[in-house]
Design a protein around this ligand. Structure first.
Ligand code: GLA
Length: 392
């Protein structure tokens, strides 16, 4: 009997792990409403964004999810089914999901493990099974599940997230589960067991270099917890926001320069982070389009080995990150956190890489030399981003 129970437990755990791997084998990529639009969203914006994902090349670069964040809800009907705000989404979410799917994209939605969401809208606590079924019936592919207004202790958090994780599994549809309790209860230890495919590791990102560095310093330490199907989520990319609009700007984000936005993309890519843009891609300039869609940079993020880079050097405001890749290559990021240009000489033996390597610059998209070291200047807040291929 005990043996049978053990086998049952073993196989059900193995099966749910296999599902998690299939649902998010590489870090999810997409676009999310929150940091540009805040609560001011509606179905026309989402449709326009779906069109822009295609015309800008974002979809073909790998950004497949469009996520509706907080502010879509309109309460519950007389059967307690959650409903969208009829003014913002007059055609309903199902019709919107059909449209998004017709463009070769997927649709995400947002709720919270309490009675209200962070922005004060109707949430899912006590209605987990019913809401999961509703989301599945609409054709939802991804749920971001927040934690405002919920009790602070970890036991409750684990229970509430597992309740929704189980509800999603029973919903009849594959729905990626994104856990958002801001890293406060160390979700890297338990979120995957609750059914999570990714979990936020920090509080919200702002559109500023200091915010990026606050998040980076926490997330970079968590490399050993990431794997296919289970990712550390350091929040949205802020590339292209330019301090213009939305919570990431209003709440203290003044914008970054283009070098800093490239660092955001390089660091999130090498940390195997979900790549979730939030700028207005309908009107994005070529500069931001190229930063967000660089195929060689995205290939590092989406590498099937699914390793998050380890920080191998951190000294004098210089950080070096190393990520092994599935074909035996390595990605290396060299970041200058300081306020002045740095002259750097990096011997690959310091990274425990022996022998000589061909060095490919992922931003310039060209090979820049070969050997046993890299030497050069790194500008303030710049991240050099290379792929190293072993020379035979
Ligand atoms: C929290 C989350 C954000 C966003 C808002 C919505 O702050 O961390 O990412 O979803 O709620 O209200």
């Amino acid at each position: 009997m005990v043996r049978k129970l053990f086998l049952l437990f073993f196989f059900s755990t193995a099966i749910s792990f296999a599902n998690a791997q299939q649902l998010a084998p590489t870090p999810p990529m997409g676009w999310m409403t929150w940091n540009f639009f805040g609560e001011n969203i509606n179905e026309s914006i989402i449709r326009e964004m779906a069109d822009a994902m295609v015309s800008s090349g974002m979809r073909d670069a790998g950004y497949h999810y469009i996520m509706i964040d907080d502010g879509w809800q309109g309460g519950r009907d007389n059967k307690n089914n959650i409903i969208p705000d009829p003014k913002k989404f007059p055609s309903g979410i199902k019709a919107l999901a059909d449209y998004v799917h017709s463009k070769g994209l997927k649709l995400g939605i947002y709720s919270d493990a309490a009675q209200l969401t962070c922005a004060g809208y109707t949430a899912s606590y006590g209605f987990e099974d019913q809401d999961a079924k509703t989301f599945a019936s609409w054709g939802i592919d991804y749920l971001k599940y927040d934690y405002c207004y919920a009790p602070g202790d970890s036991v409750t958090a684990k229970t509430r997230y597992k309740k929704m994780g189980d509800a999603l599994k029973k919903s009849g549809r594959d729905i990626v589960f994104s856990i958002c309790e801001w890293g406060q209860r160390y979700p890297w230890f338990w979120a995957a067991n609750a059914g999570g495919n990714l979990w936020r590791t920090t509080y919200d990102v702002r559109d500023s270099w200091s915010s990026l560095m606050y998040i980076y310093e926490i997330n970079v330490e968590l490399d050993k917890y990431a794997a296919p199907g289970r990712w550390n989520d350091p929040d949205m990319l802020i590339v292209g926001l330019r301090g213009k609009s939305g919570p990431a700007s209003d709440l203290g984000g003044t914008g970054c320069n283009d070098i800093e936005y490239m660092s955001n993309m390089s660091l999130w890519s090498i940390m195997a982070s979900p790549l979730i843009a939030t700028n207005d891609i309908r009107s994005m300039s070529d500069v931001y389009r190229e930063i967000l869609t660089n195929p060689e940079v995205i290939a590092i993020n989406q590498d099937p080995l699914g390793k998050q880079a380890a920080r191998v050097i951190s000294r004098d405001s210089l950080d070096v990150l190393l990520k092994p890749l599935s074909n035996g290559d390595y990605a290396v990021a060299i970041m200058n956190k300081g306020s002045k240009t740095k002259k750097v000489a990096l011997s690959f033996s310091e990274l425990k890489l022996d022998g000589a390597y061909e060095i490919r610059d992922l931003w310039q998209k060209k090979n820049i030399g070969q050997g046993t070291q890299w030497k050069g200047d790194v500008l303030t807040h710049e991240t050099k981003f290379y792929r190293l291929k072993k020379q035979s």
